[in-house]
Design a protein around this ligand. Structure first.
Ligand code: FMN
Length: 346
């Protein structure tokens, strides 16, 4: 079924296809027919960051930036959905074209630039909902906000969404907002994260609800940089690390007609780099912080590979575009079986 839909969608401009699919999914929610999409596949729940995930397979950030279709996306089987990246004010993002398919590599290059309707719209969408999985909200800064002023943007988003989010992700690894990735390093990282943790802790003290804060990092770091970043995140008291965002590397797609397009490369070509970051983090952190593995998952085996590298949960974006909902079911079945084997000591 998805093969047919895909062959039609892939005839359209990638961004038109994206918007059309999201509109259809949003309509499915409005008409109350999400049940027809299948719902959550049978799996044992997984406890991570103090939250109970119905299964270990989530939708990665960026697909439903405005939370317009997350209930329907969840009904396709994702145990968690991360909406966003959202910024305080709505913004148009980069000029089009800014989204490119590389089907020969099962890959995507994007330089969307955080196009989104702003945090108030997102809050209106997540205020009340009937998605039974875990809802994460991924936050960022506006293009017009300086890197030095970034903390205020992240804080504004966190404060707005915290009553409604199950967890929040600070995205400091998009390659498409100039200077954003510099927030991953040194003093900038501590200065960005510490007010977020303070606000999160204050919310918990006042409302009795603890909302985990995760941080999403890039794959384009040396092992030493990965270790330094993770040390700072542990010191600051974050609850999890999402590894990884898209890559700037083009090694795996060299020679492709779109290889030189600016932006982040995702899908199969980023798989090994992402898994390497997960493994490096896991070996360094020794269980102090959970890792959510994302990058290039296009089969159940790929999802299990991320768990074997040390992730507790996985997320998918590009593989879902290429393979559709069947991939969710396959990844849920494989990760669930893997956890069961681990419990049995197989
Ligand atoms: N990650 C974010 O944290 N925020 C975003 O807004 C965001 N937008 C994305 C837009 C597109 C078109 C794509 C392809 C990815 C985007 N990502 C974003 C990155 C994905 O969440 C994910 O980390 C990355 O694509 C690697 O996973 P994949 O290989 O399964 O796609």
């Amino acid at each position: 079924m998805y093969n047919l839909a895909r062959s039609l969608l892939f005839k359209l401009d990638p961004e038109v296809a994206h918007e059309l699919s999201l509109d259809l999914l949003a309509a499915s929610s409005r008409l109350g027919v999400n049940k027809l999409l299948g719902g959550l596949p049978a799996a044992s729940p997984v406890e991570v960051m103090g939250l109970r995930f119905p299964n270990a397979v989530g939708l990665a950030a960026g697909l439903d930036k405005n939370a317009d279709a997350f209930e329907a996306l969840g009904a396709l089987g994702f145990g968690f959905v991360e909406v966003g990246t959202i910024t305080p004010k709505g913004q148009a993002g980069n000029p089009k074209p800014r989204l490119f398919r590389l089907p020969e590599h099962e890959a995507i290059i994007n330089r969307m630039g955080f196009n989104n309707k702003g945090v108030d719209h997102l809050v209106s969408r997540i205020k009340s909902h009937n998605y039974p999985g875990v809802l994460g909200v991924n936050i960022g800064k506006n293009l017009t906000t300086s890197v030095e002023g970034a903390a205020a943007d992240y804080l504004a988003c966190l404060t707005a969404v915290i009553p409604y989010a199950d967890y929040i992700t600070a995205n400091i690894s998009s390659p498409n907002t100039p200077g954003l990735r510099s927030l991953q390093f040194g003093e900038s990282l501590a200065e960005l994260i510490s007010p977020l943790i303070a606000a999160r802790n204050q919310y918990e003290a006042e409302h009795g609800k603890r909302v985990p804060l995760a941080v999403k990092i890039a794959p384009d770091m040396t092992d030493d940089e990965i270790k330094l970043v993770s040390d700072t995140l542990v010191e600051q008291g974050v609850d999890g690390i999402i590894a990884t965002n898209t890559t700037l590397s083009r090694d795996a797609v060299a020679g492709h007609q779109f290889a030189e397009e600016a932006g982040g490369l995702s899908g199969a070509p980023v798989r090994d780099a992402s898994t390497h970051v997960v493994k490096t983090l896991a070996e360094h952190l020794k269980g102090t912080l959970p890792i959510i593995g994302v990058g290039g998952i296009s089969s159940g085996a790929d999802a299990v590979e991320k768990l074997q590298a040390g992730a507790s949960l996985v997320q998918i974006y590009s593989g879902f575009i290429y393979q559709g909902p069947e991939l969710i079911k396959e990844a849920v079945a494989s990760t669930d079986a893997y956890f069961r084997e681990c419990d049995l000591g197989i």
